[in-house]
Design a protein. Structure first.
Length: 265
């Protein structure tokens, strides 16, 4: 999408927000910068990046929101900026004064910080979300559970049929089949993976389900036990950390680092 030729409804919504005289409620978010970054993300959703914050779940959801419903993304950003709240479906985000006062080292862009931290805080009942907490506490506070991804997929993205396919011990091939079908029908797919092994080609000390990503498609399964031939290899495209990855994994590694998918159809 060319920034100079945004669809009229999107350009109008951004201009209306820019011309609003309602002040913002976030100390770390300046309005002119916010609108510029929103525009950048609508033009290129790969600009959305959790950065150094543990917001992989919210980042995956917002990536698909921007790709598929940019007007709703504008509505979300404007409401959060002006009121610190947002309501859609059964989701009611009410950000805390503590979160809105966060300043200092955000570890991500202000626009992403505002939206992603708001989603994450809305689901937390124990841990606060603050920019400069110790890493251990920030990582605990940032954990996104499968049922939270299901809720966001249904209530924020608006998909009526939402399922979670667990692949802790088996079922990877069946999950990929379901994911492929969903993508062909304009659905969304959010895999839960081990970040180092799946994305960074690093062998982790302990393979754990610790990172949500977006499955983009271009899936191929070559050989392996699933197809009764050897050797097996899985290839697919995914989004994470503000970029697209082309994944090439042997069947065994894929099984070790792929823990399930939330699918919205």
């Amino acid at each position: 999408m060319n920034p100079s030729t945004l669809p009229p409804d999107i350009a109008l919504a951004l201009d209306d927000f820019a011309n609003s005289t309602i002040p913002g409620v976030w100390k770390s978010v300046e309005k002119t910068q916010l609108i510029a970054q929103m525009r950048d993300r609508i033009v290129n959703p790969f600009q959305i990046n959790q950065g150094g914050q543990p917001f992989c779940g919210p980042a995956s959801i917002i990536f698909e929101l921007v790709r598929k419903q940019p007007l709703k993304y504008i509505e979300l950003c404007r409401s959060l900026f002006e009121t610190g709240t947002y309501k859609t479906g059964n989701i009611h985000i009410q950000t805390s004064p503590l979160l809105r006062r966060s300043q200092g080292k955000l570890r991500t862009q202000p626009t992403d910080w505002m939206v992603l931290s708001a989603l994450r805080e809305a689901e937390n009942s124990i841990f606060n979300i603050e920019a400069n907490l110790p890493d251990f506490v920030r990582n605990l506070a940032g954990i996104t559970k499968p049922w939270e991804m299901e809720t966001w997929t249904k209530e924020l993205l608006g998909y009526q049929k939402v399922t979670y396919h667990r692949t802790y011990f088996s079922g990877e091939f069946q999950a990929l089949q379901a994911a492929t079908k969903a993508l062909q029908n304009q659905g969304v797919v959010f895999p839960l993976v081990t970040a180092d092994g799946f994305l960074r080609a690093k062998t982790p000390f302990l393979a754990l389900p610790n990172h949500w990503i977006v499955l983009l498609g271009n899936i191929s399964v070559q050989g392996g036990e699933w197809l009764d031939t050897e050797p097996g290899k899985i290839n697919l495209d995914v989004y994470s950390w503000g970029k697209q990855y082309r994944i090439h994994l042997p069947e065994e590694d894929f099984g070790n680092y792929f823990w399930g998918v939330v699918i919205g159809e």
